[in-house]
Each structure stands twice: as C-alpha cells, then as structure tokens.
Design a protein around this ligand. Structure first.
Ligand code: ADP
Ligand code: MG
Length: 586
C-alpha cells in the first residue's frame, strides 16, 4: 500500500557526496559550461542541475526528482552533447517529444524520433544513423511502445551498444512505470529490458513524483541496481494556495470575476472535471467576455495545438481544460490555475496547480471544493486500487481549516515543510484563526440514523439524498421519522464529509451498465456513536454562515466569540489560543 509516510530510500548518497558533484572541476566541466551558454543560451544552472549532469557524466545511474518546469530535460540533453554517440530518450507522449524536438531544432541540436507516426523513410534514416560512427544525431526520442514492439530497434540498439555509441538512457516521466504513480503506462513496465541488455550504459530517470514507494517500484521495474536519487525541494514559495467552497450556480460566476478583475490581462488555466464541463464552462466564460477556449482529449488535434499556441502567445487568456492539458505545457507566466473541480489526488493537484508561476513570479492556485464533485470523482476512480484513499487525501486537504496547505502537501512528498516556509502564501496561514471547533456528536448521530433507517428499509441513499433528508427536503416517508437539522447546507455537507473521512460513513458503489452510483453506508466507526461517551468534534470555517457561529458559540464556548465576518490577518497568539482549546479529532 502506498502511503505518504513511508520513509524515503536510505540515503546511499550523503551531503558530502553531493557537494563533490556540485563542483566544476571535472574533465568535462569546461565543455558543459560552454554548451550551457552557447547552445542552450542559459546563464547558470538551477539547483541540482550541475550535480545531476556530473553524476550522469560519471556514468552513475540516477533518479532525478524535480518539480515540473524546473529543468529536468537539460540534465540529459547537456550530457548528450558532451558524449560520444547518442542518448536514448524514452518519453510517454508523442506531443511531448515533438515539443522537445522543436526546441532542440531551434537551438541546432541534432535530435530525432521514432514513434508510431514516423514515416518509413524517416525510420530508415534514424535506424541507420544509430550505428553511424559520425553520430548524425545526439538524441533519439522513442516511445516505450517502440521499445516493446520493435525488434528492429532493439537489434540496432544492441549494435550501437557494441560499438560504444549508446551513450546514455534517459527515461522521462519515469513514474509512468509504477502503478502507484498517477500516470501508469503499461509499456513502461517493459523497459527493464534496457538495463538488462545494456548494463554498462547509465540510466537517468526523471520525474516530478517524489513518493518513495513509486521510486522504489520504478527502480525495480527498470532493473537499476543502486541508483542515486537526487530530489529537489518541492516547495513552490511563489504560489498562493487557496480553497473556496463551491456553490454550483455561483462558481463560474466567481471564476469569471476573478479572471476579469484580479487576473486582468494575465494568462491562466481553469481545470474542469469532464470534456462536457470544459465546453460548458468555456462557453460561460466567453459569454462574460473572457477570451477562453476549451481543451480536452476529444478535440481535433489541430484545434488543440491552435488553442495551446494562441494561449501561449496571449491571444486567448484562459484555457478551460481537462487534465489532458498537462504534460508539455511550458508557459512560464501562468498567473493563475483555478480548479473548477477538485483533483483526484494531492499529487495530481500539485502537478496541475504547479503549472502556475514557473517564472518564479507570484501566482495563485485556487480550488473550488464542491460536495457533489467528490462523488463524481469517487465513481470515476472506482477501479483504481488506491483511488479512494488518494481522493480522500485531496478532500481532507480541502476540508482542512487549520493546517498550512503547504505542510499538508509536503507529507505526500516525504518532505517536511513547516509553516514558516509558507510565508502566509496559503489561505490557512494568511487567515489562520478563521475557524471554530464544533462538537458534532449529536449531528453525527442524527445523520447516521438516517442512513441506518434507509438501510433497514432496504434503501440506498446517495450523499445528496442524505443531505436532503436531513434538511427535511426528502420524501415524506423519511420526514416523519427523522429529525430535521438546523444546520445550513454547507454545514450539512461538511459534517457528512467529515464523517466519511473519519470512517463513520463509507462508500457503497453500485454498478449499472451505464454508470456507477455512489451511496453512503455506515462505516467501521459508526457503531461508536451508540456509546454515550463518544464524541466527535470538527473544525469548521468560521465564515461559513452567520447561523454557524451562533450555534457554535453554544456548543464550543469561547472559541467562537470572535468576530464573524471579514478575514483578519493571521495573528499567531490568537491562533495558538484557539488551537489549544481544540480537541484532537478521533
Ligand atoms: P521539466 O522537464 O523539469 O518539467 P523542462 O526541462 O521542460 O522542465 O524545462 C522547463 C523550462 O525551464 C524550459 O523552458 C527550460 O529551457 C528552462 N530551464 C531549464 N534549465 C534552466 C536554467 N538553468 N536556467 C533557466 N531556465 C532553464
Ligand atoms: Mg519534462
């Protein structure tokens, strides 16, 4: 089971070792530096790039873990230029390779590709070039499918290997090997053949996914004995993280306001759940005079590249996209990434939101957290082994009101960031005292009773039905016997989410030929509520509604006596005094 808390692989590589590889007195250092400036036209290395290049030039196997956009490609492209022969690069997407090839062409680096869309003529030339002592190209990009399926390619690689022309193997997006990653691709599983056949060639695996179990898995699959893992810090200090409650009618309106006002003339991405949502939200934004275009997997390739291009050149302001808009985006000045729907995991959220602010200028990452969306995603990931757990972590991130959002993300990367490193660059740190602690035991008993009763009548309830029933809007037969709650809709939703996250409810899927339904059933901890001494508290945003505060001041005492409206700047003393009174959740 993957879990964020498992320890990273033991550091076979010490700080001192690292320092050694940060030096610039290797035999190749002069050439490396010269090519950095003259070919890549870059003035200096970013953190860890030099060490990665030196390690790779020394023939070490290497896993390089760096956030997206930080410059991993350079770490194999530059060594490729400074070595005899060519470097084999495995990349998951043809579009990704084409972007790279276009870039390399623009800086006069000879690079070629072999993929499903290569013509016979091109393939022939490439295959011949592989065993040409004059190395007509320094980089050969292939898809993993090619390795798996083309015996001709393998035989040429073997020949090149024997001629010492296969300089290096780079596996880009190496997490695609592992089913535990967020982007598993079956053909990556077969890449172990490379290290088995060509053991003398060093391999560099590149990814932005740092979870140690994913890396260990990749190492095994690729048959790499003792790779050195370099991990760049994942904290993106220039990104402001915020979560907003989503009230459906109002969400697109809020997004439009933000784009028109706060992000006037700035580029951004709005991520949505489905292709249909992409069309609908894009149209809605267009109606509000925003230059927006949809982007999803099911569009004409020509439209996709057109919108991508127009967005890159600021002819359109916003791309309303599904997650299909991702890999290969290399726009530096993205000022906002708004999630119209939560991501299916924190890893995904980090990646998607991480497309903001690559130029190191400040940028905002806002996610709209909607009740119904949770269950849409839950049924979508129902087939994935760890899908529900990952989604729950994402939901917990959104539901969270008292922990730094950076700190919550860090857990997933086996990193520890403390709140200081946030610098008030998340809504929690900025408005830290904006929550109250609420005893929800009674509410929990009431809502659990609804699900219990339905089940005794052999009925299944969707979360929305449970909300309705609890608020007295359900069918009459339920209403008679049930206690109608005095909580507001958002509170009702928050309580149900809390109970789901903490095991009082659990998911009960049902499959029809057309769709998967999500029902609520009692969870493993529901029985605890029969015990009079059992209590549940939860933290809720204070600004949720006026009604909340009144009720809470009855149940939670002093905590809620503070002002209701207006976000006050975080005040650490105040934050602590609130925190001290808070009971630890079960
Ligand atoms: P990754 O693969 O890590 O997501 P890329 O290799 O695609 O990132 O690089 C992202 C961008 O960063 C590219 O535009 C690249 O030119 C730029 N870049 C890489 N290294 C440097 C550097 N040392 N200084 C400035 N820009 C760099
Ligand atoms: Mg990359």
């Amino acid at each position: 089971q993957p879990s964020g808390s498992s320890k990273p692989p033991k550091p076979s590589f010490s700080k001192q070792d690292l320092q050694h590889y940060e030096e610039s007195d290797f035999s190749w250092s002069k050439e490396v530096q010269a090519k950095l400036c003259n070919v890549f036209q870059l003035s200096k290395f970013r953190p860890l790039q030099r060490a990665a290049i030196n390690l790779s030039m020394s023939g070490k196997d290497l896993f390089l873990v760096m956030p997206t956009g930080r410059g991993k490609s350079l770490c194999y492209q530059l060594p490729a230029l400074c070595s005899k022969g060519f470097t084999l690069v495995i990349a998951p997407l043809v579009s990704l390779m084409e972007d790279q090839l276009m870039y390399l062409k623009s800086i006069n680096v000879p690079a070629v590709t072999l993929n499903a869309s290569s013509t016979k003529e091109d393939s022939k030339q490439v295959l011949a070039g592989m065993t040409d002592k004059n190395s007509p190209f320094k980089l050969l990009y292939v898809t993993p499918e090619k390795i798996a399926k083309s015996k001709l390619l393998m035989s040429k690689l073997e020949k090149a290997y024997n001629m010492n022309l296969l300089a290096r193997i780079a596996v880009d997006e190496v997490h695609c090997c592992s089913q535990w990653g967020h982007d598993f691709r079956p053909d990556y599983k077969l890449l172990g053949i490379l290290k088995r056949q060509f053991p003398k060639v060093s391999l560099v695996g590149l990814t932005a996914t740092a979870t140690s179990n994913v890396l260990k898995d990749c190492q095994k699959i690729l048959c790499v004995q003792e790779p050195i893992t370099l991990t760049a810090p994942f904290n993106r200090p220039n990104l402001y993280y915020e979560v907003r409650f989503k009230h459906n009618e109002d969400c697109t309106h809020q997004i439009a306001e933000l784009i028109r006002e706060r992000y006037k003339n700035q580029s951004g991405i709005v991520y949505v759940f489905s292709q249909k949502d992409a069309e609908v939200v894009a149209t809605d934004l267009q109606k509000r005079n925003i230059l927006a275009q949809p982007y999803h997997a099911n569009m004409e390739p020509s439209d996709k590249s057109l919108w991508h291009q127009q967005w890159s050149s600021k002819k359109i302001q916003v791309v309303v996209a599904t997650v299909a808009f991702g890999m290969g985006i290399d726009k530096a000045d993205v000022r906002f990434v708004i999630h119209h729907t939560i991501s299916k995991s924190i890893e995904n959220y980090y990646q998607e939101s991480g497309r903001a602010g690559r130029d190191d200028g400040s940028a905002d990452c806002i996610v709209f957290f909607g009740f119904a969306d949770i269950f849409r995603i839950s049924t979508m990931v129902v087939m994935e082994n760890t899908g529900q757990q990952k989604l729950q972590n994402m939901v917990a991130y959104c539901q969270n009101v008292d922990r730094c959002r950076r700190a919550m993300m860090a857990i997933h990367f086996d990193e520890v960031w403390n709140d200081d490193e946030c610098n008030q660059m998340c809504d929690v740190c900025r408005h830290g005292n904006d929550y109250i602690t609420m005893d929800i035991t009674k509410h929990a008993r009431d809502v659990v009773a609804i699900v219990e009763m339905a089940s005794s009548m052999d009925e299944k309830l969707t979360p929305l039905k449970v909300c309705d029933a609890w608020m007295g809007k359900g069918p009459a037969k339920h209403r008679k016997t049930l206690k109608v709650t005095s909580l507001s809709r958002v509170e009702v939703e928050s309580v149900i989410i809390h109970l789901l996250l903490h095991g009082y409810f659990s998911e009960d899927f049902s499959f029809t030929p057309y769709t998967t339904h999500f029902y609520l059933k009692l969870g493993r901890k529901a029985a605890l509520l029969k015990n009079d001494n059992h209590s549940i508290t939860m933290k809720m945003r204070r600004v949720m509604s006026h009604a909340t505060v009144k009720k809470v001041s009855e149940s939670a005492g002093k905590n809620s006596s503070a002002k209701v409206e207006g976000k006050r700047p975080a005040d650490s003393d105040d934050k602590k005094s609130v925190a001290k009174k808070v009971k630890i959740l079960p």
